[in-house]
Design a protein around this ligand. Structure first.
Ligand SMILES: *Cc1c(COP(=O)(O)O)cnc(C)c1O
Length: 410
């Protein structure tokens, strides 16, 4: 029995319009609304198209990693694109997905879970698959579900990988060594209707060989364990396009995965993937307003404590374009600008450089693109800058069309 209520600390984005309307374009939105708060512009059609491409091309089940963007309108677009499986890491993500999609297959893929979260996921939300990387977690899952192979329990052992060359390393925190993983597979086998291995090569990984190496390691571990393995989950990490970073087409990753699975002797296992970024990065942008120009620095109304976290210290480059609905047309000549966010912290700085018309001035708006993944979901309420609104638009993403289409075709 809970005495203290528990609730979300940061409110979800509000829809800007009472009836969720779809506006023709971001430029129309700015002209009509002249927003002084950051505006998150969703492109559900781009998200559905990216999902469709992945689901068609990947030789197995596509589990969307909800943490990349848990906005309900995003989840609905993914569903329209054919995504039926969801990789959740918290009970709040599980409840969100179940509330939207009674028929979804939800997989609880965080290797370290609260006991209550395991119980609730199993009993209330019909979650059957759980990740683990330690014997104590196996004991927790078995105890809290009270289930085993007969009840359809799925157990997926997370394998640690050596540090790769992804933009974001995810090897430091989770994962069992090959010896530990083999022992865990043997220990989990009697409890599991479905036994699997999973890993994550790191986020925004541009190298298909990273999956080949990881799958080869998974094959070695399965042989060491000497028990049947029914699921191979190749994780997330599939890249999206950013300025100066042109990833190989997704088809190259799928081909490498197919080949490696054969070579590793895992062809009998069901394949799963957990893409986050690759499905949603192109599907949202944020429109900010310039509040002050100081030389080559622009003070804008969103920053690293808002949706632009990755543009700060990680130094990711995002596409930017000026929107000036009135007054003189923007200069043709471009120049590089750094952006400062609205909080008083000096770390609230985004070095860019963002290429914008050289006459950008106070009152102008800037659309910053490719923010559909790890953008809105990283917002905080720090310093009181927690206002932002959401609209849906119909124009193509800034890095869309020509550049995205080949990458999406599998
Ligand atoms: C974050 C995460 C993902 C998604 O990663 P992307 O790089 O966005 O594709 C998938 N699986 C797990 C376990 C994760 O932690």
């Amino acid at each position: 029995m809970r005495l203290l209520p528990s609730r979300a600390a940061v409110a979800p984005l509000r829809h800007a319009l009472d009836a969720p309307a779809v506006l023709p374009s971001v430029a129309d939105l700015v002209a009509v609304e002249r927003p002084e708060e950051p505006m998150h512009c969703l492109r559900p059609a781009a998200i559905a198209a990216a999902a469709r491409g992945f689901v068609r091309g990947f030789p197995g089940a596509t589990l969307y990693a909800v943490k990349a963007n848990p906005e309900p309108a995003v989840l609905r677009a993914l569903w329209r694109g054919g995504v039926r499986h969801f990789d959740c890491a918290s009970i709040a993500e599980v409840a969100l997905v179940r509330g939207l999609f009674p028929a979804a297959a939800i997989h609880f893929m965080h290797p370290v879970k609260a006991r209550g979260a395991i119980r609730e996921a199993w009993a209330r939300h019909g979650v059957r698959d759980f990740a683990l990387d330690h014997a104590d977690e196996l004991a927790k899952i078995v105890a809290e579900t009270g289930a085993g192979a007969a009840e359809g329990l799925g157990l997926v052992v997370r394998l640690a990988l050596p540090r790769g060359n992804a933009a974001y390393d995810l090897s430091g925190k989770f994962g069992a060594t090959p010896e530990e993983a083999a022992a865990l597979l043997r220990a989990a086998r009697p409890h599991a209707a479905r036994l699997g291995l999973c890993f994550h090569v790191g986020s925004q990984c541009l190298d298909p060989l990273a999956w080949k190496r990881a799958i080869a390691l998974a094959g070695t571990v399965a042989r060491m364990a000497g028990v049947p393995v029914e699921v191979l989950d190749v994780g997330g990490g599939f890249p999206a396009a950013y300025p100066g970073m042109a990833p190989p087409p997704l088809g190259a990753f799928f081909a490498a995965i197919r080949e490696a699975v054969e070579e590793a002797g895992l062809a009998g296992a069901a394949l799963w993937a957990e893409p986050g970024r690759a499905l949603v990065a192109g599907g949202a942008s944020v429109v900010v307003q310039v509040q002050l120009r100081r030389g080559d620095a622009l003070y804008v109304n969103d920053g690293v404590y808002g949706a632009l976290s990755d543009a700060g210290a990680p130094g990711f480059a995002f596409p930017a374009r000026l929107i000036r609905p009135e007054g003189p047309p923007p200069a043709a000549a471009l120049r590089g600008f750094a952006l400062f966010g609205p909080t008083c912290d000096s770390a609230d700085r985004m070095p860019g450089p963002f290429r914008l018309p050289e006459d950008v001035r106070e009152g102008d708006w800037i659309e910053i693109g490719q923010l559909g993944a790890y953008g809105a979901c990283l917002r905080t309420a720090f310093n009181g800058f927690d206002r932002a609104r959401l609209v849906e638009v119909r124009d193509p993403p800034m890095l869309g069309g020509a550049e995205e289409a080949p990458a999406r075709a599998a």
